[in-house]
Design a protein around this ligand. Structure first.
Ligand SMILES: [Zn+2]
Length: 109
């Protein structure tokens, strides 16, 4: 997450839909839509948007991120202890990127 692309961050979070079923399966209207709109592919449960995923709330959460979290990332970056990956795209792809980045770091030390 970076202050350079708040629109993408908002799209990513505000597009998230959660299943009301026990396992709370997660979908995204753009990056991982269910086969039937509004229904979970796994259990058939109703999908909904969490209150804290609304666009207005996401904007407020981003402000907190920029003022409180981003400075910590800079702290670790300047010490060579942070790795940056893109979090855009399907969950499986982002997970693969994260694991590969961690493996590269592990191999490099
Ligand atoms: Zn479900």
């Amino acid at each position: 997450m970076t202050s350079k692309s708040p629109r993408k961050v908002i799209e990513r979070i505000a597009g998230r839909r959660i299943c009301r079923g026990r396992s709370a399966h997660v979908f995204h209207v753009s990056y991982g839509p269910p086969k039937k709109q509004g229904l979970c592919d796994v259990c058939g449960g109703e999908l909904y948007q969490r209150d804290d995923d609304s666009e207005e709330t996401v904007r407020r959460r981003l402000e907190v991120y920029y003022t409180r979290t981003e400075p910590i990332i800079e702290y670790y970056k300047t010490r060579g202890l942070a790795v940056t990956i893109s979090a855009l795209g399907p969950v499986d792809e982002v997970t693969r990127r994260a694991l590969e980045a961690l493996k590269r770091e592990d191999d490099g030390k």
